[in-house]
Write a protein that binds this ligand. Structure first.
Ligand code: FEO
Ligand code: CA
Ligand code: CA
Length: 673
């Protein structure tokens, strides 16, 4: 289907679902390098290249270490998992649900005041000026910076990934079908002010309840509308970053589509810029109505990044989002942004050494030799997993880490058939990354990270989302789904993967800075009772406990893994709301999963963030009432502001559903699970 046909198709209920469907077309042309070719050459078995790999075939190819499935007898004689809570029943309805014995409190909602002088939210009289002081839309990553020793006061750092105009503004409806004709300049500015991030001081009282500190001196909004940022690292100042408003190539206004992220050991916040391509515009179209990039010298780069994708009308109002007027401005997006939440006077910095792609997250750890390592997924079909290793060691003095993220090596992952893993350095002058191959400098390698990784022969993955390291040299990678995959490879073992999988990485010598490691598949997601799905879980996993489309994830203080899901409009394939699952990674219970929290209909779960004492868990419910509501029994239509599938969390007839932060604590106090 063409873009316009998809936009007009009744199959997709809103712009976000349509965006997802159009984005289903991968920009990575290099599918010929898949391990399917290796398999075919080695085994001459075409039958295993299509559809699911049978157990015997996959065992023969990848060894038993790649499969979990301990014997049923062995598993049932041991405890199901280390997580101590009574599992929640899966399902889907208008509200959220939490496991028995826990409280779920709504802490912050779209529109809630952030800065001390913010006006109260008036959904029928919104303005950009008000939104710039209020909590933004679609909360995603959540980080917590303690401000006292007991951890009962601190700063919540929250990303606001994107906006759903049909759910935010009364009477507007979806705008991609009418060329954004309803998007007035004021509405565009409100949208921009609702993106970015929020820093909010919160405090816990003696009863365990958390509150927003309304006059918190550090409370702050960061937006693509007006927050000035700098670019640093090897690409800063490169001619490809120079624009009309910035001849030096070191300045940029704003950050956008901030999905997951991370916190550094020295207390700064890493905001990942994910689907930035959707915000750029062109008026120059070819005969088929597609962007005509023939006038652009960097058309190959723009195509690989799908720029411009025109999912927001910002480029009709601001030249910086129109590639006809500012062809280089899009090169200033797709980076990791470092923000110091403790100092509102510091300027956020885009760290170019960490590469440019659809950054899903940026979770950090320290290698055994003291360096910072950041794991990062490029959330695009057939794109790659990366990690950054700093040159210098992390200092106990925060100010000494100020430029740590500017010097280091960016690596991309190649998953070998034999269960080993190679991290390939993206360094100008090594291997194919030379001027003759289109990479004249390290700046070009970083601006065109995807093209450089293509040249190195990285393994094309099933949409790498969040990747979560643990201090012992282990990392977990969420591969959310990839219905476009025709040829499985060892690390992405299912064709047309609807439910995704989770990979476990063990870096050599337990050192996160290692350039080699081992990998195995922890879980193949989906319903284990349907053979055709090809799911693999610990057999003790219940019908409530299995899930699809792992997305965000977190590690608690005990090194246990928690996984949040985002099934998008296809939640009906599982029949379950998105939720939070406790996933066992060790012992006989390895591969077991238990449902702990679930979202209201149409919402996806983001965040998970535990405080250090493990007694508080922050969750972010994104776009409640929005995705796939035509499958919601009794509603069965697309949601809008005026006619939403749920009005969670207010259930006020005058208020649409609002993305919100939820705080989980154990009733009576104590550690979660
Ligand atoms: Fe913003 Fe890849 O989820
Ligand atoms: Ca995500
Ligand atoms: Ca997501």
């Amino acid at each position: 289907m063409t873009r316009q046909k998809i936009i007009n198709s009744p199959e997709f209920g809103n712009k976000a679902e349509t965006y997802e469907a159009v984005d289903d077309v991968a920009s990575n042309p290099d599918l010929g390098r898949t391990i399917g070719d290796v398999i075919n050459a080695r085994y001459g078995r075409r039958d295993i290249m299509r559809g699911m790999l049978g157990v015997s075939a996959s065992t023969a190819l990848f060894g038993t270490s790649a499969l979990i499935a301990p014997s049923k007898a062995g598993a049932s004689s041991t405890p199901a998992s280390r997580y101590n809570f009574e599992e929640l029943a899966a399902g889907n309805d208008e509200t959220h649900h939490i496991a028995q014995g826990y409280d779920a409190q709504i802490l912050l909602r779209w529109g809630d005041p952030v800065t001390a002088d913010a006006p109260a939210f008036d959904v029928y009289n919104q303005s950009a000026a008000a939104q710039l002081q209020q909590f933004g839309y679609n909360n995603d990553f959540v980080g917590f910076v303690p401000m006292n020793n007991s951890g009962t006061r601190g700063l919540l750092c929250v990303n606001h990934e994107y906006t759903n105009e049909e759910m935010m503004f009364a009477g507007l409806g979806r705008q991609d079908r009418n060329e954004f004709s309803g998007m007035t300049p004021e509405l565009i500015d409100i949208e921009m002010a609702a993106h970015g991030g929020s820093i909010v001081e919160i405090v816990q009282d003696t009863s365990g309840k958390w509150f927003v500190v309304r006059d918190g001196q550090l409370n702050r909004r960061i937006t693509p509308l007006e927050t000035k940022m700098t670019l640093s690292g090897p690409a800063a100042g490169h001619p490809r970053l120079q624009t009309g408003d910035d001849p030096e190539g070191t300045q940029v206004i704003g950050t956008l589509n901030n999905c997951a992220g991370g916190m550094t050991p020295w207390g700064t916040w890493l905001m990942a810029e994910e689907n930035f391509h959707g915000y750029f515009w062109t008026d120059v179209l070819d005969a088929k109505g597609k962007p005509d990039l023939s006038a652009h010298p960097d058309a190959i780069s723009k195509k690989r990044y799908k720029i411009p994708s025109m999912w927001y009308a910002w480029g009709t109002r601001y030249d910086r989002f129109n590639i006809d007027k500012e062809p280089n401005y899009s090169n200033k997006f797709g980076w990791i942004v470092e923000v110091d939440p403790m100092d509102p006077n510091t300027t956020p910095i885009k760290r170019t050494a960490l590469g440019r792609f659809s950054h899903e997250g940026a979770e950090t750890t320290i290698s055994s030799d003291g360096r910072l390592v950041v794991y990062m997924g490029d959330d695009n079909r057939f794109d790659y997993l990366y990690k950054f290793v700093s040159d210098n060691i992390v200092s106990d003095t925060p100010s000494e880490n100020r430029n740590l993220l500017d010097e280091g090596t960016l690596y991309v992952a190649r998953f070998e058939v034999d269960g080993t893993l190679s991290w390939l350095p993206l360094v100008h002058g090594t291997g194919p990354l030379t001027a003759e191959n289109g990479f004249p400098s390290q700046a070009d390698v970083l601006i065109d990270t995807r093209l450089a990784a293509d040249a190195l022969g990285a393994t094309p993955m099933d949409r790498p989302e969040d990747a979560q390291p643990r201090g012992d040299g282990t990392a977990y990678v969420m591969l959310t789904n990839n219905r476009k995959r025709k040829t499985p490879n060892a690390a992405n073992p299912r064709a047309e993967s609807t439910f995704g999988h989770i990979i476990e990485i063990k870096e050599d010598h337990g050192n996160h800075a290692a350039s080699t490691g081992k990998w195995s598949i922890l879980i193949k997601c989906g319903d284990p009772s349907v053979a055709e799905v090809g799911a693999e879980w610990n057999p003790d996993t219940s019908q409530d406990g299995w899930f699809g489309s792992p997305d965000n994830c977190a590690m608690d203080a005990d090194g246990r893994l928690w996984v949040a899901t985002d099934q998008g409009a296809r939640w009906h394939k599982s029949g379950k709301s998105d939720g939070l699952y406790a996933v066992e990674t060790e012992g006989h219970a390895r591969g077991n999963s238990k449902l702990f929290f679930r979202c209201p209909v149409g919402g996806e779960l983001c965040g998970p963030c535990f405080t250090e004492d493990g007694e508080t868990l922050f969750l972010a419910v994104q776009h409640p009432g929005t995705d796939g509501t035509k499958y919601f029994k009794g509603f069965e239509r697309a949601s809008t502001f005026d006619d939403p599938a749920t009005r969670w969390p207010d259930f006020d007839p005058e208020m649409p559903p609002r993305p919100s932060i939820v705080v989980i604590t154990k009733r009576g106090g104590g550690k979660i699970a």
